[in-house]
Structures are given as structure tokens and as C-alpha cells.
Ligand binder design. Structure first.
Ligand SMILES: *[C@@H]1O[C@H](CO)[C@@H](O)[C@H](O)[C@H]1NC(C)=O
Ligand SMILES: *[C@@H]1O[C@H](CO)[C@@H](O)[C@H](O)[C@H]1NC(C)=O
Length: 372
């Protein structure tokens, strides 16, 4: 008797409790790009570009591999933390449904580049045009959940991150000597070509409603353990790959300024749409002076084999370092969680040498009223 009369009250309270977080949902977050930001989409695909087995994820709370190319968190996880949100789910995860859609989605897929022919050796991966198609599909699903007006508002008020371009060098132009692309283009012409393609991708993300888009440059690709193992006898970075990222990044900055002039103001009519992130500079700091950041090594990968631990992939039979926090690189290409934390800190509060025209804390402050 007593229990049945209480039941409607309890149900009511539960409905209210569920409605409140949805209405005051934190800012949504969308992620596009490659393995630096993939948090598990490739687990659902038939590809060799995957991070779903031990020791990947060794420093997560349950020590399990999630598909992130790290011993723990990656940059998107840390940005979610700074937004006060839970980590975004991979778009292909069956758990991404219902209220979880309000948190955003991660469309990134390890191995991809700006060009469709980048990463062909990894077979079945989600190329950037497909990631954008999934973004449209996501928006239809969100509109079904909360209505089209509210869905458009979530997307316009969201933060977006795209990390793309590194693979167009290491897994395409420089993948093999005399690659198809390197016979077709000189390096300066190749950079112009990929940036013109990238510009269309970035325009399209804006066209799909995103109004704050963080766009990362290409890191010091000549200094990653994989390239040191292949090209360096003395531990110095590969000059050709370094030259590529040195030439690419300033032109990317110019392109972002052009796009900002073209599309006008960002979220809520304030500030820029496109924000450039100088990940090369962030990473170069560690390489120039690892000890200043508490690292023992910025050249040797924690997990791998061969010189610099930079040959092949990280597996359960690789040589594995004991203290991951001492290493900049987790595997032959990807940073450790600790390096990612320092990188993410620069996103949040770096000067314009690291992120421009403004950092994430300035953006969050500017957009506060959109998320009240
Ligand atoms: C890449 O492939 C997609 C889908 O097939 C196509 O729409 C797009 O134009 C291609 N991009 C380039 C640069 O060829
Ligand atoms: C970046 O963030 C900090 C706050 O964390 C702020 O003081 C600083 O002025 C911001 N902008 C620049 C350009 O440094």
C-alpha cells in the first residue's frame, strides 16, 4: 500500500533528475582527425591501425586498452576535462545514444589524412569526407532526440577539434622513397595541394554548423622515434620531414586567417571560428629540453623495439619502459599521457605562440553565456 502510493513520486523525481542534466548540459565537443585524437573508432573496423590491446591503456584506471594511442588519456580526453565534461564517445560506439549524444562525438580514425590516398595501407579506416558524413548523420540523430532548433544550438555552441595532416607526410609523401605523390609534386607544391583540400574540409565543418574549431598544425614529424629509427644515426631529427612541417604550419596559419575573414565571427557572434594550435612548438619544447619538463627522454619510445624503440608497433612482446611519465613518446608516433597533459595545458592557457588568436580558457570565458 505504502509503496504503491510512493511510486509516482519516485518516478517523478527520477524524471526530474534526468531532465536537469540534459537541460544544463555542458558544452558539446566534436573531434575529427587521425590517431592523435582517435579514441576508439578503429576498434570497430577491419584495419591494422588499432590500439585495442595491451599495453595500450596500461595507465588507465582499469589498465585496459580503449583504442586510444596512448598509455592513458589523449588530448581530446584532457580537453573534455577542461570543459567539465565526460570524455566523448567514439562515433561507432554502440553506447553513443540517447543523452550521451549531448556530450558530442569523436569521429577520428587512426591512419587517415587530408588526402584519400593517405593511409591506404591501413585498409578500412574512416576518411575525412566520411567523418563529415557521420557528423551530418549525428546531427539528424540529435535532432530526433531534442528537436532541430535545439540540435542546431548544441552544434553552434560546441567546441570542435580537428587534427589532420601528419599522415599526409609520414604515411604518404615520405612513406617510401619515390612515392607516387613525391614524383607528382615537389614539396612546396604538395603542401599547397593538401592545404587547398584541407581548406574545403574546414569550410564544410563550418557549413555543418560548427562555430569554434581548433585546428592543429603538424608536429615535429622528423623527430618521432619512428623516423629517428629509420633516418637518424646520431639522434638528430630527420631534416627533410622537419622541413616539411616547418613549411606547412605557417601556411596553415595563413589559410585559417583567410577562412576567418571569409566566414565572420564564431559562436554567439564573438571571436574567431578557426583557432590555430601550434602542436609543433608544444612538442618541440620537450625535444629541445626534456629535463625542463621532467622527461628523461624525448627521442626513445616507451613501447616498441629496435633503435629508439621506434620500429614497428607497440605490442605485448615489445620492450616496455617502467615509468611512462619519464617519456615524451609512448609508441613510435604518439605521446604519453603525461606529454598529452602538458600539451593540453597549452591549449587551455598558452600564449599566442602556442594557440592563436586565443586560447581555450579565453574561448570558454567568451562563450560562457551560451551554456548557462
Ligand atoms: C575523397 O573521397 C570522397 C568520397 O569518395 C570524395 O567525395 C572526395 O572528393 C575525395 N577527395 C579528394 C581530394 O579526392
Ligand atoms: C591564455 O590564458 C590565460 C589564462 O589561463 C590568460 O591569462 C592569457 O591572457 C590567455 N591569452 C594569451 C594570449 O596568452
Amino acid at each position: 500500500m505504502a509503496s504503491s502510493s510512493w511510486l509516482p513520486v519516485v518516478v517523478c523525481a527520477l524524471v526530474l533528475l534526468q531532465a536537469v542534466p540534459a537541460a544544463r548540459a555542458a558544452r558539446a565537443f566534436f573531434v575529427f582527425g587521425d590517431s592523435l585524437v582517435d579514441n576508439g573508432n578503429n576498434n570497430y573496423l577491419i584495419t591494422t591501425a588499432r590500439a585495442d590491446s595491451w599495453p595500450y591503456g596500461i595507465d588507465t584506471p582499469d589498465h585496459r586498452a580503449t583504442g586510444r594511442f596512448s598509455n592513458g588519456k589523449n588530448v581530446p580526453d584532457l580537453i573534455s576535462e577542461s570543459l567539465g565534461s565526460e570524455p566523448v564517445l567514439p562515433y561507432l560506439s554502440p553506447e553513443l545514444d540517447g543523452d550521451k549524444l549531448l556530450v558530442g562525438a569523436n569521429f577520428a580514425s587512426a591512419g587517415i589524412g587530408i588526402l584519400n590516398d593517405t593511409g591506404i595501407q591501413f585498409a578500412n579506416i574512416i576518411r575525412i569526407s566520411k567523418q563529415l558524413t557521420y557528423f551530418e548523420q549525428y546531427q539528424h540523430r540529435l535532432a530526433k532526440l531534442i528537436g532541430p532548433d535545439q540540435a542546431a544550438r548544441v552544434v553552434a555552441g560546441a567546441l570542435t577539434l580537428i587534427t589532420l595532416g601528419g599522415n599526409d607526410f609520414v604515411n604518404n609523401y615520405y612513406l617510401i622513397p619515390y612515392s607516387v605523390r613525391s614524383r607528382e609534386f615537389s614539396l612546396p607544391d604538395y603542401i599547397k595541394y593538401i592545404l587547398s583540400e584541407y581548406k574545403q574540409v574546414l569550410r564544410r565543418i563550418h557549413g555543418l554548423g560548427a562555430r569554434r574549431i581548433l585546428v592543429t598544425g603538424v608536429g615535429p614529424i622528423g623527430c618521432v622515434p619512428a623516423e629517428l629509427a629509420l633516418h637518424s644515426l646520431d639522434g638528430r631529427c630527420d631534416p627533410e620531414l622537419q622541413r616539411a612541417s616547418e613549411a606547412y604550419n605557417p601556411q596553415l596559419e595563413v589559410m585559417l586567417a583567410e577562412l576567418n575573414a571569409e566566414v565572420g565571427n564564431g559562436a554567439g557572434g564573438n571571436g574567431p571560428v578557426y583557432v590555430g594550435v601550434n602542436t609543433r612548438r608544444m612538442h618541440a619544447d620537450f625535444i629541445d629540453d626534456p629535463h625542463a619538463y621532467g622527461f628523461a627522454s624525448a627521442t626513445v619510445a616507451c613501447c616498441g623495439q629496435g633503435p629508439y624503440n621506434g620500429i614497428g608497433i607497440c605490442t605485448m612482446v615489445s620492450s616496455l619502459c617502467a615509468d611512462r611519465d619519464q617519456f615524451v613518446f609512448w609508441d613510435a608516433f604518439h605521446p604519453t599521457e603525461r606529454a598529452n597533459k602538458l600539451i593540453a595545458q597549452q591549449y587551455v592557457s598558452g600564449t599566442t605562440d602556442y594557440i592563436s588568436p586565443m586560447n581555450l580558457s579565453t574561448i570558454i570565458n567568451l562563450d560562457r553565456h551560451l551554456h548557462d
